[in-house]
Design a protein around this ligand. Structure first.
Ligand SMILES: C[S@@+](CC[C@H](N)C(=O)[O-])C[C@H]1O[C@@H](n2cnc3c(N)ncnc32)[C@H](O)[C@@H]1O
Length: 265
């Protein structure tokens, strides 16, 4: 991981709608992280880099077809106006990109000092932006949104969350879904009984070993039930030996107090 003791990660967001980011970047953990200087977010409007009198940022596609495309000149000019801080990545958010996963967030959080994100709009961007300006394309998934601002916010949130100092307890990051290749275990808070539904006895036992074992078994069971693809990858990779997982995970209810009644797929 890079040494970032003195400077935070710099995000430069190329967006036609800078107002979109105001509240999400001021709220909660991300707002605090930005206030602490763990990361910095600059919003750049490509419209400010147009040279024609109408400040056009979009135009019709060559060859015809529905919708408008973002023109290349304002996007190139906006990115080229930025200082280049190595190592940097220039990301286009696009449904055609690499599907976003926790491992992608980890890689970005660990390896880059500057992350530039281009937010598409309308029918997307001129292909020359894709080919000659960006260094990576990232997709939120196999669906289409109207704009790249939501994916950009997702990236900022997911990356800043992983930077040292954003989340108080580092252990809480490690335990969460996907971090170790498994989904998170079920969690409960007070009251111990709510509408007749009890918190599993083991969690109230004070026996830390038993709690850890129960949680691991629940992670395995939950992953097997909900995400067979992740479970298979875990068995082949993270859980290579697989012995513990198999003992706990083969359809039992995950040990003492481990009922999964609300969790059937
Ligand atoms: C309506 S979409 C354009 C879709 C494009 N014509 C296509 O089919 O690939 C407008 C913009 O929203 C963003 N966007 C939409 N869905 C996305 C997704 N699943 N992941 C990342 N960005 C997305 C991209 O920036 C895209 O340029």
């Amino acid at each position: 991981m890079m040494d970032r003791s003195s400077t935070g990660v710099r995000f430069d967001i190329i967006t036609l709608f800078p107002d979109f980011f105001t509240s999400p970047l001021q709220s909660s953990l991300i707002g605090k992280a930005l206030a602490k200087g763990i990361a910095q977010v600059n919003l750049i409007n490509p419209r400010d880099f147009t040279t024609d009198k109408h400040h056009r940022v979009d135009d019709e596609p060559y060859g015809g077809g529905a919708g408008m495309l973002l023109k290349p000149e304002p996007l190139f000019a906006a990115v080229e106006s930025l200082p280049a801080i190595a190592p940097r990545e220039i990301i286009l958010v696009s449904p055609q990109g690499q599907p976003l996963q926790q491992s992608v967030l980890q890689e970005l959080a660990q390896n880059y000092q500057q992350i530039v994100i281009l937010c598409g709009h309308y029918e997307g961007v001129d292909e020359r932006v894709r080919q000659n300006l960006v260094t990576r394309e990232i997709s939120l998934g196999d669906f289409v949104l109207t704009c790249g601002e939501i994916p950009a916010l997702t990236l900022i949130n997911g990356i800043v969350r992983l930077l040292p100092g954003t989340v108080g307890k580092v252990e809480s990051l490690k335990a969460e879904s996907f971090e170790a290749g498994l989904l998170d275990y079920p969690q409960y808070t007070r009251p111990a009984t709510f509408r007749g539904w009890d918190v599993p006895e083991v969690l109230r036992s004070g026996n830390h070993g038993a709690i850890a074992q129960w949680r691991k078994s629940q992670q395995i069971l939950r992953t097997q039930q909900r995400r067979p693809d992740l479970w298979q990858a875990w068995e082949e990779g993270f859980g290579g030996e697989g012995v513990e997982g198999k003992e706990w995970g083969e359809g039992e209810e995950g040990g003492e107090g481990g009922e999964m009644t609300n969790d059937q797929p």
